[in-house]
Design a protein around this ligand. Structure first.
Ligand code: NAD
Length: 294
């Protein structure tokens, strides 16, 4: 049977390390790192994500603040607030929770965030710095996956990594990270997407499969070679007769079929998910210590 990658445990460990660093900062007379979240509207999933980010901030000793806007806020009003936050010396980093209502341009908002405070790592300057191997805020989910591989000492050098999905927040930065000339990467990377022909031919050659598609149980047992490492980024809500709510969360990987073939696999929930927040806090600590932008 495979080793189950326990993202909750690794995330807790990273949070403890961050909390210890915060104590050191305070001892050295510095203020607590401060992360803010901007939430527009009442999307339940977004509210859950933001609440859990705030709760975890408090746990590690950060200051956290929530800026809430009604669904009908104008783009101009939101951009004005972003400008204020960019200039606020008491704020180290902030995130604007996506998705935004349709009348607001997400791209405009992403580009309005000052790169030195863009702890989500979505600004084109930070993405460009990632591509060029310069110090940057790496977007939280791919960064979390790299931490998991490192924690479980999973060999990556020279391995073939197949990333499925090319979104700006997961698949694309993931593929760049895994191809980097660093000890935690150095893979040969194939990036597959919705137009890839014969996907299975690619995945069957992979030592490491990273699935970020958003389709429940998409990766099946016949698509994965014996001994592969499988990282499941997907979080899909499907109807279920097993739960009281009538819903449950499943990944992009058909776990029961795929797991017996793997050397390592992430479960959903409890795999990649908890790592995203830990990485966001890591980025905020880097911002507070001015380690990326001096
Ligand atoms: P997205 O919808 O932006 O991108 C999905 C990608 O999958 C696209 O690039 C598309 O080309 C590819 N794709 C779609 N159908 C395909 C097919 N048939 N074959 C091959 N590729 C196909 O999604 P996203 O934002 O990258 O998120 C992906 C999944 O990861 C979702 O389930 C999301 O909820 C989850 N997610 C989890 C976390 C976390 O913290 N664990 C964070 C972000 C996203």
């Amino acid at each position: 049977m495979p080793t189950l990658i326990n993202g909750k445990e690794v995330s807790e460990k990273i949070q403890q390390e961050i909390a210890a660093e915060v104590e050191q900062l305070i001892k050295a007379g510095k203020r607590k790192p401060h992360l803010a979240a901007v939430l527009v509207g009442n999307d339940p999933a977004s509210q859950t994500y933001v609440n859990s980010k705030i709760k975890t901030c408090e746990k590690v000793g950060f200051t956290s603040s929530l800026v809430r806007f009604d669904e009908n806020v104008t783009e101009t009003e939101l951009l004005k607030k972003i400008e204020e936050m960019n200039e606020d010396a008491g704020l180290d980093g902030y995130i604007v929770q996506l998705p935004l209502p349709k009348h607001i341009s997400e791209q405009k908002v992403i580009e309005a965030v000052k790169p030195s405070k863009d702890v989500d790592g979505f600004h084109p300057i930070n993405v460009g710095r990632l591509v060029l191997n310069l110090p940057t805020y790496i977007s939280a989910t791919p960064y979390g996956i790299v931490h998991l591989l490192e924690y479980y000492k999973i060999e990556t050098q020279g391995k073939h990594c197949v990333v499925i999905g090319r979104s700006n927040i997961v698949g694309t930065p993931m593929s760049i990270l895994m191809a980097k000339n660093t000890p935690l990467a150095n893979c040969t990377v194939t990036l597959c997407h919705s137009k890839t022909k014969n996907l299975k031919e690619h995945t069957l050659q992979a030592d490491i499969v990273i699935a970020a598609i958003g389709r429940p149980n998409f990766v099946t047992g016949d698509m994965v070679k014996q001994g592969a490492v499988v990282i499941d980024v997907g979080i899909n809500r499907v109807t279920s007769t097993e739960t009281k709510s009538g819903f449950k969360l499943v990944g992009d990987v058909k776990f029961d079929e795929v797991a017996p073939k793997c050397s390592f696999i992430t479960p959903v929930p409890g795999g990649v998910g908890p790592m995203t927040i830990a990485s966001l806090l890591k980025n905020t600590l880097l911002a507070a210590k001015k380690e990326i932008y001096k």
